[in-house]
Ligand binder design. Structure first.
Ligand SMILES: [Zn+2]
Ligand SMILES: [Zn+2]
Ligand SMILES: [Zn+2]
Length: 303
């Protein structure tokens, strides 16, 4: 009873309690699992490596190491894989996986069901993710994640909790016990790599060169001796890469917005963004031509 064990996310949970006190509930959950959508699609985030050009035996082994034995693995269009999980727990592990055999991946549920993500603040630290999941099942919450903050000591958990609803429209609030929590739309700021400072990937899967966030040269930010403004290695402007007004940061934010609004993958959001920009440029060109034509016409009339 009550033996504590560190779980994957670094948090702690009560193991024994689930085993003994909740056995019946767990059994009925397994029955539910059979009706659940347990297919997870994974796709490589890097252009040069997808799962169709990697040895399938290796891929099978990576999956086994990462989440245990799965029901089946199939190839899907575009070099991705469909993984049929055995349980909701395994599906969850699969969905939070960021790499497979050192290939950075994005994963999402196969089902077409709409999902939306919301965030709530001030959730006491002693409420576990498992407790929240159980409490919020009534609100169609399928996933709960407590967000970590970075500080000098490394990553620490915060009172901010992100909820994934299997709903098209998110409720404005949820009740935990007797306490009401406001739910706001979750739009995380774009991820910026701590190593190379580019947007869209994390340092763990970085293949770029190390660049200082302040001056762009090859050293850690804390070792930087540049006084004053510095130079942004993303846009060349006179500011640090963390500057909110940086054109590259604004672009990354826009891509992030598209990713959320279109409920799509990062790579597709980048594509949409480029298409939107091209259309905008086209529109501006057409308008400029019209203006020029008008100007020429009015000149010829006055002749
Ligand atoms: Zn990087
Ligand atoms: Zn520097
Ligand atoms: Zn910049």
């Amino acid at each position: 009873m009550g033996s504590k064990r560190k779980n994957d996310s670094g948090g702690e949970r009560e193991e024994g309690w689930h085993e003994s006190g909740k056995k019946n509930k767990r059994e009925s959950k397994e029955v539910e699992d059979k009706k659940e959508e347990l297919g997870v699609i994974i796709k490589s985030k890097t252009k040069d490596k997808n799962f169709s050009n990697v040895n399938p035996l290796k891929v099978a082994e990576w999956i086994k190491v990462a989440v245990g034995r799965v029901k089946a693995v199939k190839r899907v269009n575009g070099g991705g894989l469909l993984i049929e999980c055995m349980s909701k727990t395994q599906r969850k592990k699969m969905l939070w996986l960021e790499e497979l055999g050192q290939i950075p991946i994005e994963s999402y549920m196969r089902q077409e069901k709409k999902i939306c993500k919301g965030v709530m603040y001030g959730v006491m630290m002693d409420i576990t993710v498992e407790e929240l999941e159980e409490e919020l099942e009534k609100d169609q919450v399928v996933e709960v994640r407590r967000i970590g903050k970075r500080d000098e000591k490394g990553e620490v958990q915060s009172t901010m909790v992100v909820l994934t609803f299997e709903l098209e429209n998110m409720p404005e609030q949820v009740i935990i016990g007797f306490q009401r929590f406001r739910v706001n739309e979750y739009r995380p700021s774009p991820i910026r790599c701590y190593k190379c400072q580019l947007f869209g990937h994390m340092a763990g899967s970085c293949r770029g060169k190390r660049r200082c966030a302040k001056c762009g040269r090859d050293h850690e930010f804390r070792d930087c001796d540049v006084k004053g403004q510095g130079k942004c290695c993303n846009c060349g402007g006179e500011h640090s890469t963390t500057f909110k007004g940086c054109v590259e940061q604004i672009k990354a934010k826009e891509i992030q917005r598209i990713k959320f609004e279109e409920k799509t993958l990062y790579a597709s959001a980048v594509k949409s963004y480029k298409e939107q920009m091209e259309k905008k440029i086209q529109r501006e060109k057409v308008q400029m031509n019209l203006r020029q034509e008008k100007a020429i016409k009015s000149m010829t009339k006055s002749d």
